[in-house]
Design a protein around this ligand. Structure first.
Ligand SMILES: Nc1ncnc2c1ncn2[C@@H]1O[C@H](COP(=O)(O)OP(=O)(O)OP(=O)(O)O)[C@@H](O)[C@H]1O
Length: 642
């Protein structure tokens, strides 16, 4: 099936009914599956009409067969096929009843099948589209949210729509067919008594409206609590190692209990209202039924109340009583629909909130693919803040194509953040990042990210084979190319020793790899991609110095062919770089070769002393500043925690 159209393809005026998340759902995702819905709708109405037939047939049979008060006549049934003898008429009635039952069962099968297929298809399309939109949102969106909460939107909220999609339209049609069908028959039989039967309807409608108002916020908070609970569970399963090493089981049990209790509270608050509503409906409609029974009964006995006149036969009365009772069901079902509508609206609203969010980082209108000619990189007056916290302040530098640039500085100085601006993982708030003179915001994201390889310190491996992980992003790579990339990243050697070589499963539930092995796979992945510009963000920090030396030797050849940025804490990693940028507190404070920077005797030279063990000659101010910085980082970490 084709991908569903974008949900906000047509701009709607806010606040209109089209903005309602449930309508949007039908308009956007229902379209592709509308054939199933139409078929199901036709059979819903047909099934209901078959279901209404028995009460009418029984009423006619009472009057014509048993009391012999009226001729045997049924709508749409030609009189010529109705037998004359009472016993034959009884058998005929039974034949009609059985036929109606069989056809009703058949219609119900088609109805349920059609609605189920419709609901499942809409859910699938919505989930895929919601996921696709979610993955295109900017990183800032993800870092501000908990994974469990997002999973809850894609799973629980989408699933919560299932019963609504399966039942809502079908139940509405069922109600309309019941009310219209019964209404037409009853009005045909006796108009005043029909009015009596309909007396409680306005009251029920008002009651239902009140219910809607009260329950809506409750359902919304249930959905939020599920999100919270999921986040907690997901976080704990992910952090199980820390929970164990810290002996925090009891603490976590209490936190899970707390989230579960909040969920329980939110659910019970809604349950209290729901379980009051349904019996309330039954009472009102039960009283209505009793009034119909009283008025009709007196009428059959020849004493119609309220100045009513005319006759009401016992058969008509039987039909009335049966229908009056059946009238309760549409109203109860209406309550059910309203209830499930409110629940679905809360869920659809959360899904829609994700889907209508503007990705802060996206393609500019008319963006062209990036063509890297030289690989020159310029940062021009760049400032960037995470929220309100500016971490890069007015940074400018220019790097020639093919240069290898080391980026060093104390922890939290902004090294990673600075270079994440290059593949547009974030966009600067001020200034511009340019490749060969073109602002990276003016080219397509796809081409930019193909041209910039970014290897992070903690690479993520997907569940799959080693080969799949290396070829991730270069999905059409040949086995030879994968192996060659692995050799260049000094990964081939350890991959060969894995139980199934390149076919060994890694990632979640796969063979566990060490941090250094994971880093080498990530390097191989980027080498296979062969980007014009390379960013290595502490990419070899987890391997031992000996292995790093081997990787470096191979990397040097690779780096020589492209512009390369190497972020490193170990200064030996960047010592040979063409140039080294020293970052401190979001600013470039030194810039030069290793020899230049040692001669300048600034921050870099101090770092060098630390790493060569020459602590005695460190200026006392260095340690004081280092301590200050550490406490700032600790304070920032503390703010981020729960
Ligand atoms: N996703 C984020 N949201 C908010 N603040 C962040 C985020 N990532 C980093 N920061 C903050 O931005 C500042 C710079 O962080 P960054 O990771 O760029 O520094 P770094 O120099 O690469 O540090 P390290 O050497 O420890 O990796 C730090 O104060 C950090 O707390």
């Amino acid at each position: 099936m084709d991908a569903a159209p974008a949900p906000n393809a047509d701009p709607d005026e806010p606040g209109s009914w089209r903005e309602n998340p449930i309508w949007r759902l039908y308009l956007t995702y229902g379209r592709d599956s509308s054939a199933y819905a139409l078929l199901a709708a036709a059979f819903t109405v047909a099934g209901r009409l078959f279901g209404l037939l028995p009460a009418l047939v029984i009423g006619v049979a009472v009057d014509a067969v048993f009391l012999r008060e009226r001729p045997y006549s049924l709508p749409f049934v030609p009189e010529s096929i109705v037998p004359a003898a009472p016993v034959d008429q009884l058998l005929f009635s039974i034949g009609v009843l059985l036929t109606a039952t069989l056809l009703g069962a058949l219609a119900s099968w088609v109805e349920n099948w059609g609605w189920s297929v419709f609901a499942q298809r809409v859910q699938r399309d919505l989930r895929v589209d919601a996921y696709d939109r979610l993955q295109r949102l900017d990183l800032a969106y993800f870092s501000g949210r908990r994974t469990g909460d997002l999973m809850s939107v894609l799973n629980n909220d989408v699933n919560a729509l299932e019963s609504f999609l399966e039942n809502a339209v079908s139940a509405t049609l069922w109600i309309v067919a019941t009310i219209v069908g019964i209404g037409v028959i009853l009005v045909g039989l006796n108009l005043p008594l029909t009015a009596v039967t309909l007396l409680p309807v306005p009251l029920l409608a008002a009651f239902t409206l009140l219910f809607t108002r009260v329950i809506e916020p409750r359902y919304l908070s249930i959905r939020e609590e599920i999100g919270d609970l999921n986040s907690r569970l997901e976080n704990n399963v992910g952090g199980i190692e820390v929970i164990k090493t810290e002996g925090a089981e009891a603490y976590e049990r209490d936190r899970v209990a707390e989230s579960s209790t909040e969920y329980l509270r939110a659910t019970l608050a809604a349950v209290r209202i729901r379980i009051t509503y349904f019996p309330g409906l039954n009472v009102v409609s039960g009283v209505g039924f009793a009034i119909t029974f009283l008025v009709g009964g007196l009428w059959v006995l020849g004493r119609p109340p309220f100045g009513l006149s005319g006759t009401l036969s016992p058969g008509e009365f039987v039909t009335f009583v049966i229908y009056a009772q059946q009238f309760v069901w549409p109203i109860v079902r209406l309550g059910n629909i309203v209830d499930s509508y409110e629940r679905a609206k809360a869920a659809a609203g959360r899904v829609r909130a994700v889907m209508t969010r503007d990705p802060a980082v996206g393609d500019a209108p008319g963006a062209e693919p990036l063509v890297v000619t030289d690989g020159a990189v310029t940062f021009d007056g760049v400032s960037f803040a995470y929220g309100d916290e500016e971490v890069i302040h007015d940074v400018s530098f220019a790097v020639d194509g093919g240069e290898t640039v080391g980026v060093v500085g104390p922890t939290g100085a902004g090294k990673s953040t600075l270079l994440k601006l290059l593949p547009r993982l974030y966009d600067p708030d001020e200034g511009a990042v340019r490749i060969d003179g073109t602002d990276v915001r003016e080219v397509t994201l796809r081409s930019l990210r193909r041209s910039v390889g970014y290897v992070s310190q903690e690479p993520f491996l997907f569940f799959g084979s080693v080969r799949d992980n290396i070829a991730y992003g270069t999905f059409d790579a040949s086995d030879d190319a994968v192996e060659q990339a692995a050799r260049r990243a000094h990964a081939h050697e350890f991959i060969e020793r894995l139980p199934d070589g390149y076919d060994t499963l890694v990632g979640e539930r796969g063979v566990k790899l060490s941090g250094g092995q994971r880093q080498r796979l990530a390097l191989a992945r980027t080498m296979l991609k062969d980007p014009a510009i390379l960013v290595l963000d502490e990419a070899t920090s987890a391997v031992d110095t000996e292995t790093e030396a081997i990787i470096r030797a191979r990397l040097d050849a690779f780096a020589a062919e492209r512009t390369t940025f190497v972020i490193a804490h170990r200064l030996s990693t960047v010592r040979e770089a063409d140039r080294i940028l020293v970052l401190d507190d979001g600013r470039v404070v030194e810039d030069g070769t290793h020899a230049d920077l040692l001669a300048a005797d600034g921050l870099y030279a101090d770092f060098w002393r630390v790493q060569t063990g020459d602590l005695a000659s460190l200026p006392p101010a260095f340690l004081e500043r280092a301590l200050d910085r550490q406490s700032e980082v600790l304070a920032a970490d503390g703010d981020e925690g729960d």
